[in-house]
Design a protein around this ligand. Sequence first.
Ligand code: 6PG
Length: 242
Amino acid sequence: MIWLYDDYAALSDAAAGIFVQQARQAAQVKGWFSVVLAGGHTPQRTYQLLAQPRHRDRISWGQIHIFWGDERCVPPDDPRNNARMARQALLAQVPIPPSQIHPIPCSRSPQVAAEQYEEVLQAFFGDQPPRFDLVFLGLGENGHTASLFPGTPVLEERERWVAAVHVAEQDMDRVTLTAPLINQAAVVAFLVSGASKAAVLREVLEGPSDPNRLPAQLIQPAGGELHWLLDREAASLLTRKA
Ligand code: 6PG
């Protein structure tokens, strides 16, 4: 489902609304809510809005478990660290038990970090299917999402839930959830803003299937909902807008 918003602020407010709605529903039905946060810049405003009383006070933070879709293997205080961004924008402002915040610690070996994070997820889900209630994702200008980068071996992964990725063009190691894991989620919401994403968004949504070049096309939640939250600039090249 494509949702079109006038601008980044409106898109961010809608994304915050989805978080609140899904969190309240899951907490009421199951007693807890598992959400996967995206990194990069786009979701930052959404996280800041969730820390504002009008959203924050509608969420039972004691029932929330926070995970990440990917992490850059840089020191925790590095401005590029995804967990650092989310802590500053949201997590330091809300009463969520620290034990319910599950960052991907990968400032050492990406492979070890991936194995350890998979153990964290297996411990969390236990004998239940690994079905996150909500996954936020962004879209890179080269068609990547999370750290599923074009042409990387992780795109072929069918078993593992978490994998290490070396992103040659950034000379950076990363750890990412795999497409098979993301695709088990109940709700996946891409947040895509700005003219710089218009061309790749049209290719991902309207172009031929080419997931090795456009990994975001791998995200097709089997038993879940897929939402694309777009602002007008990002959607400007789409022929089908809603
Ligand atoms: C990351 C993100 C990545 C991001 C896209 C879009 O760690 O880099 O998980 O997948 O969502 O690169 O990033 P922007 O929102 O900054 O454009």
